[in-house]
Design a protein around this ligand. Structure first.
Ligand SMILES: [Zn+2]
Length: 185
């Protein structure tokens, strides 16, 4: 099977110097231009290549599909408090009814009652549950999140994220995405 791809469809997966992705969420990808630039500046090693070749009058090269940094970057230990990361922590499920549609945020302790916008007080909730709960305390309306909201580590999010891989994964990336899965005892 031959697939004709344009260079634009050829992002490079960027690995840290330890061959783990520089980040998972979002997955660390560089455009082919950035990847080539980094190769020319000698900042990365080419780990794997696409079949796609780019040409210029003086220059021809296959585009890298996986590169690894020459210098190790210490990964962040605490994930950013973002919409995506809250959903990821909560498995993209409403914490009240389990729905995966129409997700929003709910403040478990309502803001009007002093609840803050923090990892410990915000959960994924579908719009209908959010509307139903409104400004009430969990005990008033008997709506409790399935999982008490918590401040996840990067490791927690990595583990959850494996169930939600990005929908486009080049074959050459797979070896580097899942090899640090913890083994079942
Ligand atoms: Zn719901």
């Amino acid at each position: 099977m031959t697939i004709h791809v344009s260079p634009e469809a050829c992002p490079a997966l960027v690995l840290n110097a330890d061959f783990r992705p520089l980040s998972y969420y979002p997955l660390s990808l560089w455009s082919w231009q950035d990847a080539i630039k980094a190769v020319c500046l000698d900042r990365v090693n080419i780990v794997s290549l696409y079949d796609t070749v780019i040409h210029s009058p003086s220059f021809e090269m296959r585009l890298p599909s996986v590169v690894s940094l020459k210098d190790y970057i210490k990964p962040a230990r605490h994930p950013a408090f973002t919409r995506f990361n809250v959903f990821l922590r909560d498995h993209f499920q409403c914490q009240y009814c389990g729905s995966t549609d129409d997700l929003t945020f709910d403040h478990v302790i309502p803001r009007s009652k002093g609840g803050q916008t923090t990892w410990e007080n915000v959960v994924a909730a579908c719009a209908p549950c959010n509307l139903r709960k409104a400004n009430r305390m969990p005990s008033e309306i008997r709506m409790f999140p399935h999982q008490a909201p918590y401040h996840p580590t990067v490791h927690d999010l990595h583990n959850n994220g494996r169930a939600f891989p990005p929908n486009h994964l080049h074959q050459s990336w797979l070896d580097y995405l899942y090899w640090d899965i913890e083994l079942e005892p």
